[in-house]
Design a protein around this ligand. Structure first.
Ligand code: CA
Ligand code: CA
Length: 379
């Protein structure tokens, strides 16, 4: 009876501990009990066997959540689910972005990053469906898109050399992660003039870049194909992009961006100049950008100004005005968007954004205002 009680006690300790480290202490305790003649060798072996099984079960449980790879890989990503109600388009639900990022340090100084997008449905609506063939005219089953594939070499602790496909160093809002945007959509001028975005390549291109940050300065200069992502070049000319940001004081930064390139088999001018002022202080954020460009012989420009205020710990109100002129020599072709919005930071990884976009065009008075709501989770 005494032995049974002791065995029950040991079993109790084992169950209570339920950890591998404590299990080894129980093992030692068993040795002691055998030595003192309190339990027999057989009883001790039985218990050890039970303990061993338990350890293996624990180890197997841990294994289930481990991804096996030759090098430790950092995995991250996010999903954006959007609902849009626009005056000039069908109301719709949409997976705007579903990103998967994989990064790893592969050797001293060398690292890599790939970004895949499984969403990227843009805001295309199905225009017509051929019921006989059972197919739609728009690509409902778009393939995942490779957005970034970059190899980084750390030249020193501040600078790195990047090779591959990644964002062109131009404009504050273009370079901000889609997951961190203050409004659901980027400003018109950023979408229409930032190199890469103007081609529908999500601000990215293929090339080589040298960049870094030291003290109050952030800098990047790169050479790119200039023809967009996941494709070759359409000419021999390579484009130059450069960006310099000075962090003047803790909340205030000013930056300039420059791009000189050529588009097409007989290269036409593809030039951009941009300036930005960013101030993020406590609950306030005030940002603004101006970008002007030249495509062939057409001069274009636009700007936006944005203000945000955290009026409660988990809530931010935002207001933005942006204006874009697609041809400085033509009159009555400017368009303006006034965005009013709220950001609700439900947790660190869950965000809800609601925006109302009031749109005004000089050319024809369209009714195209839009109400958007977007729920985002990231990991
Ligand atoms: Ca080129
Ligand atoms: Ca104009």
């Amino acid at each position: 009876v005494r032995t049974i009680r002791i065995l029950a006690l040991i079993a109790g300790i084992t169950v209570l501990s339920a950890t591998v480290s404590l299990a080894s202490e129980v093992d030692g305790l068993l040795d002691l009990l055998v030595k003192k003649g309190i339990v027999t060798q057989d009883e001790a072996s039985g218990l050890r066997h039970e303990l061993d099984t338990q350890r293996k079960t624990e180890a197997a449980k841990k294994k289930d959540s481990t991804v096996s790879a030759k090098r430790p890989i950092r995995m991250s990503g996010y999903v954006q689910f959007r609902g849009t109600s626009a005056q000039d388009d069908n109301d719709a639900f949409l997976i705007r972005r579903a990103r998967l990022n994989l990064a790893a340090d592969i050797a001293p100084r060398w690292s890599y990053l790939t970004v895949l997008d499984f969403g990227n449905a843009a805001s295309k609506s199905v225009s017509s469906i051929d019921f006989k063939k059972g197919t739609s005219k728009t690509g409902l089953t778009q393939k995942p898109v490779m957005l970034d594939a970059q190899i980084d070499y750390a030249v020193n602790s501040a600078d790195r050399l990047s090779f591959g496909q990644f964002k062109v160093p131009f404009s504050y809002e273009s370079l901000r992660s889609d997951a961190d945007l203050d409004t659901i959509n980027r400003a018109q001028v950023v979408e229409k003039l930032v190199p890469g975005r103007d081609l529908g390549a999500q601000g990215r291109d293929l090339g080589i870049q040298y960049g870094g940050a030291r003290q109050q300065l952030e800098y990047a200069v790169g050479v790119f194909n200039g023809a967009g992502i996941n494709t070759g070049d359409d000419n021999d000319r390579k484009d130059i992009a450069a960006r310099l940001v000075a962090h003047l004081s803790k909340p205030l930064a000013v930056g300039v961006s420059y791009y000189d390139g050529g588009l097409g088999s007989e290269p036409q001018d593809h030039k951009r100049v941009g300036g930005e002022v960013i101030c993020r202080s406590g609950p306030w954020s005030l940002t603004g950008e101006y970008i002007s460009g030249k495509d062939g012989s057409v001069m274009k420009s636009g700007w936006y100004t944005h203000a945000g205020y955290r009026f409660a710990p988990l809530w931010e109100g935002v207001v933005r005005f942006d204006r874009f002129d697609p041809d400085l020599d033509a009159s009555d072709d400017r368009s303006e968007v006034l965005t009013l919005g709220a950001n609700h930071f439900i947790t660190d990884t869950v965000k809800l954004q609601i925006n109302y976009e009031r749109k005004r065009e000089e050319a024809d008075q369209k009714r195209n205002d839009a109400l958007l709501a977007q729920l985002q989770v990231k990991f």
